[in-house]
Design a protein around this ligand. Structure first.
Ligand code: IVH
Length: 791
């Protein structure tokens, strides 16, 4: 065999294998761009060696064979494919061939020539479907299959809501075959994948696969549950005279109730086509669905007829593809980066490849669970995707291309920067009253600030604008300070001397004085900035602000038990655990003490914010303890009947009284008794209770006993946006003071709180003469009422 014959045979085998995976299994293993390249290579080789063309070459037919499980459908008019244009030159060549085919003057360098009218439509990334309407009724839906034989998927297409079962209007031909694309909009795709994850089922790589997988279901109930849509782009059989143009024909289909593209336009001449391509390309990411290019069709149907077809595609249409968003490349290695909190993150080092116009040579792999999910091995060929500005992502491995010497990816046992141990994070879970640990996805270097990577990142974070805001301390300087051994913790910044800074590269007298002044000037940050600057894992600016505002001072924040922290809005168990263990760590405590010793004084109040004093209730404490069998109703009943933890514990151990307790079944009573009989659990409950009391977070129930809540019996309405607290927080506080918070204004409403953007509710309040407060007035009212309660 000659070299060319060998290559042709290899390409045919490879393309056949991909076709099978793509059309039959719906599991493509290479991106479309790679398939197109292989196909082009084969086409070119066959053009150069026409004696080697055989009838079974993938270039001589349209696709794969039909699935066995569905009945076969013969397409009376073949379902063709489209030729591709990958560049402006390709498109201009297509335009010239159209002009030539129609016998029109082609024009020259200076323009001129006859301009052809083209219809422009997005090229939807789904799968082609034929719909047959007989006497206006949908009688059959079919896939394209190999172009002449498809599969009967009538039951499935009937489940797609955008496909009419009966045509509207009148005048349709007795037999009308509509062709178009079935696709899945991106939002529906994301939601479907989220559902698949919840159900422990396989997720789909992209919306096209999801659409294909959903349409090829033998059970139409599954198809019905999938967010599929249809868009018509042409006709097959048409037992009547056709309108005069492609666009008129689509408009006609639309009048009969079929969805067509909203982006359908007419372009006169190739330059207008290029403008359309650029315009849609710029909007590509904001469309609700994936498109991989645009389709240009000669608009006049008479001209289409004159131009005719070749084997696989018409002469009168072309798909102008966008640069591929997915490409193949090789995984050269996996390196591990150490972040600020010690997280050791795998990073893929790739053979550089152009994806959507940008060279990609690295991609984050997020964590080791992701590496396992993808099944990556070093040496593998990977599919890389880059959409818009989105950072490149590794989508999948191409299993067929795994080399024999592929190596597994292993998390290093030692930190690549400092050599400390690398440990897997543990997640704390509380369920049925017991704390249990499970393995997290993140590995951490345990070296903390003794690890140079963590130290540098921690200091860069500490000095950053939103943290301690030390001007003039850029990354390069931080590196020098660490590399020269001048700084081992953020506290050391406040010990730097004039001589030490002056000796650094790039520093002179003035710059030295400026930097030291900036450091000294940062000594009195707000408490929120200070907390944020500490770099507690999972504590961003917002959480830091919340902690500062709610708890008021550093001692409370650093001592707060995880359960107490979860009383704050938006603080969940995980974050509460991170905060608590950060402050429990001896090394972190030492750094904080040193900062304070060096004169750093976070601005704090001794007060617990009024908004939180009234937020705790005994029922909630009971819920947080997660006693088996005691859910919110049981917790509320017990709280009402006892009023304090002490009384509750006494009750739980007093079998006789407990037996008379309302609303608890035998099992719950037993669980309650066992829970508080366990000294550890009892201590935990008492500690939380004591801390709440110490912080001044009063029981709602105590408040009630103390003479009723000030807003009891009142109905309040919140409308518009609030700035310093969320609507939920405002609601919680109002409820804590006894108010009922309702969604609509009526004559029974006592007060309306209106922020910017308030509309009809505010108008209604004005109409009914109801008191209206703005945010400032609300805050001072809350404060006053909370103080009244305290008295
Ligand atoms: S026209 C003879 N128009 O692209 C012309 N196709 O590569 C046949 N496609 O099988 C197709 N959007 O699944 C046409 N606006 C559009 C399209 C479109 C997507 C798909 C279709 C077809 C494939 C051809």
């Amino acid at each position: 065999m000659t070299d060319a014959a060998q290559r042709i045979s290899a390409l045919r085998h490879e393309l056949d294998a991909h076709n099978y995976r793509y059309y039959v299994l719906d599991e493509p293993s290479i991106p479309d761009a790679e398939y197109d390249r292989l196909f082009c290579e084969l086409q070119q080789l066959e053009q150069a060696h026409p004696e080697l063309i055989s009838a079974d070459s993938p270039t001589q037919r349209v696709g794969g064979s039909a699935l066995q499980a569905f009945a076969e459908v013969q397409h009376s008019v073949p379902m063709l494919s489209l030729n591709n244009a990958f560049s402006e030159d390709d498109l201009r060549a297509f335009d010239r061939s159209v002009q030539a085919g129609l016998g029109l003057p082609p024009g020259d360098l200076f323009g001129g020539g006859a301009e052809v009218d083209y219809s422009c439509e997005p090229k939807l990334d789904g799968l082609a479907v034929s719909l047959l309407y007989v006497d206006g009724l949908l009688v059959r839906g079919a896939t394209r299959g190999d172009g002449s034989t498809g599969e009967d998927i009538s039951a499935n297409v009937r489940t797609i809501r955008t496909i009419p079962l009966r045509l509207q209007g009148s005048g349709w031909p007795a037999r009308l075959e509509v062709r178009g694309e079935v696709f899945m909009p991106r939002a529906g795709f994301e939601a479907l994948n989220a559902r698949q994850v919840d159900a422990g089922a396989k997720t789909f790589a992209n919306p096209r696969n999801a659409a294909a997988g959903s349409l090829r279901q033998l059970d139409p109930k599954i198809t019905a549950s999938r967010p599929l849509e249809f868009c018509a782009y042409g006709v097959g059989e048409y037992a009547a005279d056709l309108p005069s143009s492609h666009i008129a024909m689509l408009e006609q289909l639309k009048a009969w109730g079929l969805p067509i593209s909203r982006e359908l336009r007419l372009a006169r001449g190739v330059d207008a086509c290029l403008a359309y391509y650029a315009e849609i390309g710029a909007r590509r990411q904001s469309l609700a669905y994936d498109i991989d290019g645009v389709v240009f069709k000669v608009n006049s149907l008479e001209d289409q007829q004159q131009l005719g077809f070749r084997a696989r595609s018409p002469h009168w249409a072309i798909a102008h593809k966008f640069p591929a968003q997915e490409e193949l490349t090789e995984l050269l290695d996996v390196e591990f980066q150490v972040g600020r909190t010690g997280a050791v993150t795998p990073v893929a080092r790739l053979r550089p490849v152009q994806v959507a116009g940008v060279t990609v040579s690295n991609a984050t792999l997020h964590n080791m669970d992701e590496v396992a999910r993808l099944g990556l091995m070093i040496g593998d060929t990977l599919i890389i995707r880059r959409a818009g500005d989105v950072i490149p992502q590794v989508m999948a491995v191409v299993p067929e291309r795994r080399p024999a010497d592929a190596r597994p990816v292993q998390i290093p046992a030692q930190c690549p920067v400092c050599g400390s141990a690398v440990e897997r994070t543990q997640l704390v879970k509380r369920s049925k009253g017991r704390a249990s640990l499970s393995e997290g996805a993140v590995y951490r270097c345990v070296g903390r600030l003794s690890c140079e990577a963590q130290l540098k990142q921690a200091i860069i974070h500490f000095v950053s604008r939103r943290a301690m805001d030390i001007d003039g301390l850029g990354e390069k300087i931080v590196e020098q300070l660490v590399d020269n051994g001048l700084v081992h913790s953020p506290a050391d910044l406040y010990r730097l001397t004039h001589e030490q800074v002056l000796a650094l590269e790039g520093f002179a007298e003035l710059s030295t004085r400026n930097l030291l002044a900036a450091i000294a000037g940062s000594r009195q940050p707000s408490l929120a900035r200070f907390i944020f600057a500490l770099g507690i894992p999972d504590v961003g600016e917002e959480t830091a602000k919340l902690l500062a505002r709610a708890l008021g001072n550093l001692p409370r924040i650093s001592q707060a038990l995880p359960e107490v922290l979860t009383w704050l809005p938006d603080v969940g168990q995980e974050v509460a655990h991170e905060i608590h263990s950060f402050f429990a760590d001896a090394h972190n405590r030492q750094v904080i003490n040193e900062l304070l010793e060096h004169g750093v004084q976070p601005q704090q109040s001794s007060e617990l914010a009024a908004e939180f004093t009234a937020c705790a209730s005994l029922a909630e404490l009971l819920e947080k303890l997660a006693i088996p069998g005691i859910a919110s109703t049981g917790a509320r009943l017990l709280a009402e009947q006892t009023g304090s933890l002490e009384a509750l514990i006494a009750l739980s151990q007093d079998w006789l009284t407990l037996a008379q307790c309302k609303g608890l079944n035998e099992k719950a009573r037993q669980a309650l008794r066992e829970f508080f009989a366990d000294p550890q659990q009892r201590r935990r409950a008492e500690d939380i209770d004591a801390q709440l009391q110490a912080f001044g977070m009063h029981w709602l129930s105590e408040r009630r006993q103390a003479g009723g809540l000030p807003l009891l019996g009142q109905t309040w309405v919140l409308t518009g946006t609030l700035e310093s607290l969320s609507r939920d927080q405002a609601k919680q506080q109002l409820e804590a003071l006894g108010a009922k918070v309702a969604g609509s204004v009526s004559s029974k409403t006592h007060c309306v709180v209106a922020g910017p953007g308030a509309g009809s509710k505010l108008a209604k309040a004005a109409e009914l003469g109801i008191r209206v407060l703005d945010e400032e007035a609300l805050l001072s009212t809350l404060q006053e009422l909370a103080e009244q309660c305290d008295e």
